[in-house]
Design a protein around this ligand. Structure first.
Ligand SMILES: [Zn+2]
Length: 592
């Protein structure tokens, strides 16, 4: 441990103008505070001020000498400092994280304090980079998460724990299901239908890759849009309607599927696309909407109104959490399989619809696998050590503090009485009272710190308990937590198709992909995947909120105000039916 150098305390002014001066401690452990403003989160950790204050308190409590405060703003432009040789460095993508890596690698810091681990690493790749620094530099560094504890990344266990903690303690993990990547040539020919199940409301045309309207079905969709926009239909009501109208094709249509069809880009003659290269470099990259080569079912304004309406209609019964939600990936198309009590399956709305697997069976097999991984003696011990779980919460000297405070109160009364009896002068009384007050203040501060420490202990203990209790628990909350742990440990589990004529479940069908392994390339895309390729999310409704509103589109002159379309479909069909009936009747008569 380096001795206290002749460094000056760091002075730092926060963005809301609060001045900080960080003390240099005798046992010099140089540290950085890393703050990150995240765009897409809500909650306590969002405010940078809050993050900073918590980190400052933490550093103080652990006697870390803060030598730098790094602020990362995901959205703002950052001007990198000029180097000494005057060469302006290239602007890094996440300057704060780059800076952190640099000073950790050079050994300037031995610790980093962050509000929570998900502030520090956004992805497995980030975590791997940090692990790499720890492993390749002689001194290494420790990670202090105000909410999550001290995490060493020096060995496999610590790394596993880092991943578990990320999930359990923060209740959030940012591993997204790997999406499918499609063929190279389609990147240059976006207008064409990329293949797979024909979207609802369309049929294949005569030319290859041509998609044309299925007029009858498109017509039903338009009626539904009309009902939803003008008559306030719920999605349930709309589903009933489509089931009645098209019993053969849609007798079993689910509301969620119908919502997907109505809000997806296909019916608006659009595609959602995102170049694979872009997706690889930034896992959170959002794609853009592009025109497709087929005719839309709805005009732009109707579609936007529909999306608006459906974004606000209540969604019916809440979905139950599933143990393996987001984890099971279709081997063919790579999309996440959806859950029901009986099966997990690749659905046609989000994937290719070719693979399904029995829910109880696959859940049992996966649970077994994870349990083996997590209950390994060494993992357990490491976890306990990491979380600092002793026999009880710290700060149990609260009783003593209360007694002390009581004593001070008594003393104060005695002093006042002594003054009344003229044993003490005014000056003496004031002096004594001041001393008592300082002592009292110190005790109160100590008690406050104890409360903080006890809370921290409780959090850690809870996280650990959660992990231990989970094994047998089956309530919704437990399932959610288990799912988070699984997703922290695994990037996914690829499910292969069932062998023909085999009825017993073959565990070989599951390919466990541990966190940090390279992304899975779906079977469908093995041949033609390319960096210039396009990642098609044909049914991804995208971000409803970020899209321009119909009014904005009209105002911008992009589209014209729609003429309200009200047609009595039933009447129309009755007339048509009658006409057909007559025709048939007439033919029959003529024939006889
Ligand atoms: Zn699939």
């Amino acid at each position: 441990m380096p001795s206290k150098p002749s460094v000056k305390p760091l002075k730092f002014m926060s963005r809301d103008g609060i001045d900080y001066e960080f003390p240099v401690y005798e046992d010099y452990v140089p540290a950085a505070i890393y703050l990150r403003i995240s765009q897409d989160r809500t909650g306590d950790g969002d405010g940078v001020t809050r993050q900073l204050e918590d980190c400052v308190k933490y550093a103080d409590l652990h006697r870390l000498t803060v030598i730098e405060v790094i602020e990362e703003n995901d959205t703002s432009a950052y001007v990198a400092p000029h180097r000494e040789d005057g060469v302006k460095p290239r602007k890094p993508k996440r300057p704060g994280f780059e800076r952190l890596k640099a000073i950790a690698t050079s050994g300037e810091i031995h610790a980093v304090v962050a509000w929570a681990t998900d502030r520090l690493w956004r992805s497995v790749r980030d975590l791997d980079q940090l692990i790499n620094i720890v492993e390749t530099t002689p001194h290494g560094f420790t990670i202090h998460a105000v909410h999550g504890g001290i995490i060493g990344l020096g060995d496999a266990n610590g790394q596993t724990v880092a991943r578990i903690l990320g999930a359990v303690a923060q209740g959030e993990v940012n591993i997204k299901a790997k999406r499918q990547a499609r063929a190279h040539e389609q990147a240059f020919d976006r207008g064409k239908f990329p293949g797979g199940r024909v979207p609802f409301g369309y049929r294949l045309g005569e030319k290859p890759g041509e998609l044309v309207l299925h007029e009858d079905r498109a017509e039903v969709l338009r009626d539904i849009a009309d009902g939803i926009i003008n008559d306030g239909w719920t999605i349930t009501r709309a589903t009933r309607f489509i089931r009645e109208e098209l019993p053969k094709r849609c007798g079993k249509m689910k509301p969620v599927a119908l919502r997907g069809i109505l809000t997806g880009p296909t019916v608006a003659g659009k595609r959602y696309y995102l170049p694979v290269a872009q997706k690889r470099s930034d896992p959170e990259a959002k794609g853009t909407w592009g025109p497709a080569g087929w005719e839309p079912v709805f005009d732009e304004v109707t579609w936007q109104l529909l999306r608006k309406a459906l974004a606000t209609t209540p969604r019916g019964r809440p979905t139950r959490p599933s143990l393996l939600g987001g984890l099971l990936l279709c081997a063919y198309c790579g999309s996440a399989m959806s859950y029901s009590t009986r099966t997990y399956k690749c659905t046609v709305t989000s994937g290719c619809g070719r693979i399904s697997v029995s829910t109880p069976t696959v859940e049992a097999v996966v649970t077994d696998f994870i349990t083996t991984l997590l209950t390994a003696q060494e993992t357990q011990e490491f976890l306990k050590r990491m979380l600092n779980i002793g026999d009880g919460p710290p700060g149990t000297d609260d009783i003593n503090i209360d007694a002390e405070l009581e004593k001070i109160a008594r003393k104060r009364r005695e002093l006042t009485e002594a003054y009344d009896d003229e044993v003490l002068t005014m000056a003496e009384l004031r002096h004594s009272l001041d001393r008592l007050k300082a002592k009292e203040q110190a005790l109160l501060t100590k008690r406050e710190e104890n409360v903080e420490a006890a809370l921290e202990w409780e959090r850690s203990a809870m996280a650990f308990q959660a992990y231990e209790d989970l094994l047998d628990a089956t309530d919704d909350d437990a399932i959610k937590k288990k799912n988070m742990i699984f997703r922290a440990l695994l990037d996914g589990i690829v499910v292969s198709p069932r062998e023909k004529n085999s009825c017993k479940f073959d565990t070989e069908r599951l390919n466990f992909r541990l966190a940090g392994t390279s992304p899975y390339i779906p079977l469908n895309d093995r041949e033609d995947i390319s960096d210039d390729g396009v990642d098609w999310w044909t049914e991804d409704p995208g971000d409803l909120a970020s899209h321009p509103s119909p009014r904005e589109l009209v105002q911008a002159g992009v589209v014209k105000e729609p003429v309200p379309r009200r047609k009595n479909r039933k009447a129309a069909r009755l007339i048509n039916g009658a006409v057909e009936g007559n025709k048939n009747g007439a033919t029959a008569k003529t024939a006889s």
